[in-house]
Design a protein around this ligand. Structure first.
Ligand code: AMP
Ligand code: MG
Length: 464
């Protein structure tokens, strides 16, 4: 029998504050993930709804954590869970409600999340997971009648977020910059013993741990680049030490390939543009390294950070080897990949559809499936592939690495508009489709299309 257990606050009560949840009016289930529910062995019951909405409680109070972080390049000395709290753990998975009202860390905020942003986080968590990209998970989405004011009146909602740990780079920065080095050391110990148990007994465990955080973060950045995902707000407080995609805000998947694409309307200088992500993840790791300077020597920090680029390139090559069918891939393949991306950008081709088209084509055909302008790239690619003898098998493997269904901004927006008008069917259909991105069913046809022209005017900002 799975039982609820108290989370990290049982061992490290100074990590934040006990809080109360401010209930939303007329709460109701809007979405539910069976896959996430299976991890915690939970069911979509009225009792769970009441627990998440603060109308019932576990034997301990909800807990909001304190952290700080570098936001858009500048240090903010105190952040924290300003609109959410952890309820507890089941099977080693922590359940966090996001949008549950003010906490001691809310600053000027109202502690709420509006339906559109909660729904986007729910869908994104499901989408990335089923694509095979590390992410926090989502258990469910709860809607309400509580008014929440942004640019206009909206309604409040809760995303039920699930992960093994909510520890962020910003936690370590907080305890470092406030000079609480004993607590920082305890936090590192906790992270290692709970989340990296294979390192627990090692005499160099702190160094190996930081190195593994560097490698996992590099792999995550490579996965985002390979799947055309733009996070939008890569502040160090939105970076998980588990190397998971964390804190969804104005994220977007690319449509037409554009290296410098900026999804966050509030990001005026493109700090978090698509092609800046690998660099900015390293920059955040450098900030984490700095925060660990009481625990590791400068040489150790440098040696861990030096693993970033090799880990990034290895993962990026591996992802594109799978997507393009390249065997024994190595650095010599990077120009072929870069050539494809330049071609997509210059021809204004859709990123995901073009790769799926390559996956479904006859690799021995004379003409490129991506049009006349791509003919010389196609010939280079064919030369690299060599003759493919078992074409059906090759195509099957390529389809399994090249998703047909992507959570495009306009698809999320259609689900949001319907849900705001109390029609949950589009949300449910899209959610189902996102759980089988590599294996679209006939009814998924319209999810596999290019973004319509009207969607180009959709804007995403930090306002959520
Ligand atoms: P985010 O941009 O969502 O990662 O949030 C940055 C920080 O602001 C985090 O500490 C959040 O908890 C906090 N925050 C964001 N929105 C709100 C809000 N509506 N009310 C209170 N705190 C918020
Ligand atoms: Mg955040």
């Amino acid at each position: 029998m799975t039982e609820w257990q108290q989370g990290i606050d049982r061992r490290l009560p100074w990590l934040g504050s006990a809080v109360t949840i401010t209930p939303l009016q007329n709460p109701r289930w809007l979405a539910w993930s069976d896959a996430t529910a299976a991890l915690l062995e939970l069911q979509q019951t009225p009792q769970l709804l009441a627990l998440c909405n603060g109308e019932q409680s576990l034997p301990w109070p909800p807990f909001a954590q304190v952290y700080s972080g570098h936001q858009f390049g500048g240090y903010t000395p105190q952040l924290g869970d300003g609109r959410g709290a952890s309820l507890g753990m089941r099977n080693g998975w922590e359940l966090f409600v996001k949008g549950s009202g003010p906490t001691p860390y809310s600053r000027q905020g109202d502690g709420r999340a509006v339906l559109r942003s909660a729904l986007r986080e729910f869908l994104a968590s499901e989408a990335l997971h089923h694509l095979g990209i590390a992410t926090t998970r989502a258990l469910g989405l709860i809607g309400s009648d509580t008014p929440v004011y942004r640019e206009q009146p909206e309604t409040g909602a809760l995303t039920l977020r699930v992960t093994r740990s909510h520890l962020r780079f910003g936690h370590f920065e907080y305890f470092h910059y406030t000079g609480q080095h004993d607590r920082l050391a305890a936090l590192v110990d906790e992270a290692i013993s709970q989340l990296f148990p294979h390192l627990r007994e090692h005499p160099q465990r702190q160094l190996l741990w930081f190195t593994e955080v560097v490698e996992r973060s590099a792999q995550l950045a490579a996965d985002w680049q390979a799947f055309g995902f733009c996070h939008g707000v890569l502040n160090s407080d939105n970076m998980s030490i588990l190397g998971e995609t964390f804190d969804y805000g104005p994220f977007a998947f690319l449509n037409q390939f554009s290296a410098g694409y900026i999804c966050n309307h509030s990001d005026h200088h493109g700090r978090y543009a698509f092609d800046q992500q690998p660099g900015v993840v390293l920059w955040n790791l450098q900030r984490l390294g700095q925060a660990l300077s009481s625990q590791l020597t400068a040489a150790q920090i440098r040696s861990a950070l030096a693993q970033y680029e090799p880990a990034l390139v290895a993962r990026y090559l591996q992802r594109f080897a799978d997507r393009l069918g390249l065997t024994n891939t190595n650095h010599d393949d990077l120009p072929l990949i870069a050539g494809l991306l330049q071609l997509l950008e210059s021809q204004r081709l859709d990123y995901h559809i073009s790769l799926r088209r390559l996956a479904e084509c006859d690799p021995n055909a004379a003409n490129s499936p991506l049009g006349a302008a791509s003919q010389s790239w196609w010939q280079q690619y064919q030369q690299r592939l060599g003759a493919i003898t078992d074409v059906p098998r090759w195509q099957q493997q390529r389809r399994a690495a090249n998703p047909a269904i992507i959570l495009r901004t306009h698809l999320a927006q259609q689900a949001i508009s319907a849900a705001e008008a109390d029609d949950l069917a589009p949300l449910q259909r899209l959610h189902q489709a996102l759980t089988r991105p590599y294996d679209p069913q006939p009814e998924d046809h319209h999810y596999c299309q290019e973004a319509p022209p009207w969607s180009q005017t959709l804007t995403l900002s930090c306002s959520s």
